[in-house]
Design a protein around this ligand. Structure first.
Ligand code: PLP
Length: 387
């Protein structure tokens, strides 16, 4: 739990507070300012921060032979991959397809327009009620496409917390000719501790602010398949020409500091038990008046996604806000109307249910016994509406 004034912040899938180590480093004021591309000593001091971070990230994720490039976050990283692939296919005059899933983040989903504009085909594959896809159907589907194929898999879903098995993704890689991008944004501090990623996957993307680094910085790993990407952001040729522009040195170093802090303090078993306690308490108290999404699926350790169909979601969210609890919803609100969650609709939920969702996402460093106090707070809001 992070107390921000008196508030209880339970929206860690949206973003995380800055790690203490990052706050202390920024407050120290000892921040190298040189341009990391400069050849003088001042520039080299900044370059060292970037190099140290890259060496650290490669070793933590076990991706020594992948190239690594930084950007402004996963939205940009994924745009680099998808559009970079389209541009390269255009250059090579090859037929191309981008395959994604109906539960992917909107920065993946919205690629449709540009993929098609650039002459490719966009494919949206379905998931079942538990948010899972059928591996054999995906292999069959992809193998029937002619031309070059890029597939996006979301390792941990930001709304539901559903985890997709990396071994399954690897086996799809082995049984097709597709290039594979894994959106790993929600991995850190939310699943078991092992960050060892498979070397056989072409691309992985992360966003720093999801685990305590600064906002506006993220990173992508790319293996030799990087040759099928045409750089989207061109300019001075920084980062091996993968993404031009002077590197966000401070943001980049904050990735290392934040990840070190997560690895030092993260106790996945504690988080898992606390989440289970909170979920069980909600189930026991409210029974079928509150539905837990994908309750039987393999899910991460920090996310509880609820459908409270008897209560209008905007009223409920306001009540949470006034009770000083920060939670979120999968539905979007624009000009006074609530729009159903695309993810829930695609999992087969009704329009009404897909509007009335509440997502609770716990901190990676939730302490033993803390879920009890979270439940007391959450209960105080629910009791006003659900009896
Ligand atoms: N992918 C997933 C699974 C996410 O949860 C998010 C952000 O919520 C993104 C991509 C985009 O990340 P950012 O907003 O940091 O660019």
């Amino acid at each position: 739990m992070k107390l921000i004034s008196k508030r209880i912040y339970l929206d860690y899938n949206a973003t995380a507070p800055l790690a203490d180590t990052v706050q202390q480093w920024l407050a120290s004021g000892a921040l190298p300012f040189g341009n990391p591309s400069s050849v003088h000593t001042t520039g080299k001091k900044s370059k060292k921060l970037v190099n140290d971070t890259s060496a650290y990230l490669k070793s933590i994720f076990g991706l020594q032979s992948h190239a690594l490039f930084y950007h402004s976050g996963a939205t940009e990283g994924i745009n680099n991959i998808v559009k970079g692939f389209c541009f390269q296919m255009l250059r090579e005059k090859s037929e191309f397809h981008f395959v994604s899933f109906s539960t992917d983040h909107s920065c993946v989903f919205t690629q449709k327009e540009h993929v098609e504009l650039l002459g490719g085909s966009f494919h949206l594959l379905d998931v079942d009620k538990d948010g899972h896809y059928n591996k054999d159907s995906v292999i069959k589907y992809v193998n029937e496409l002619s031309g070059n194929v890029l597939i996006n898999f979301t390792l941990v879903n930001n709304e539901t917390g559903v985890i997709w098995n990396l071994a399954d993704i690897k086996s799809i890689k082995d049984q097709t000719n597709a290039k594979i991008h894994v959106d790993a944004v929600q991995l850190i501090g939310k699943t078991d501790c092992s960050f060892e990623l498979s070397n056989s996957i072409d691309f992985y993307t992360f966003s720093g602010h999801k685990f305590g680094a600064m906002k506006g910085v993220g990173f992508t790993f790319a293996d030799e398949s990087v040759s099928c990407l045409s750089p989207l952001i061109t300019g001075g040729g920084q980062q091996g020409n993968l993404r031009s522009g002077t590197e966000n040195t401070h943001g980049i170093y904050s990735l290392k500091l934040a990840l070190e802090e997560v690895l030092k303090n993260y106790q996945p078993e504690v988080l898992k038990l606390e989440k289970e306690f909170l979920e069980k308490s909600i189930q026991e108290k409210y029974g079928n008046r509150i539905h837990i999404v994908a309750v039987n699926a393999k899910r991460n350790y920090n996310t509880i996604y609820l459908i409270v169909s008897t209560v209008k979601i905007d009223i409920m969210l306001t009540a949470f806000d006034m009770a000083q609890i920060d939670v979120s919803s999968g539905s979007a609100c624009s000009s006074g109307t609530v729009k159903a969650s695309r993810v829930l609709l695609s999992m087969g939920y009704s329009e009404e249910d897909a509007k009335n969702s509440i997502r609770i996402s716990l901190p990676y460093n939730t302490k033993k016994g803390q879920a009890k106090s979270f439940f007391a707070k959450i209960e105080s809001v629910f009791d006003r509406f659900i009896l």
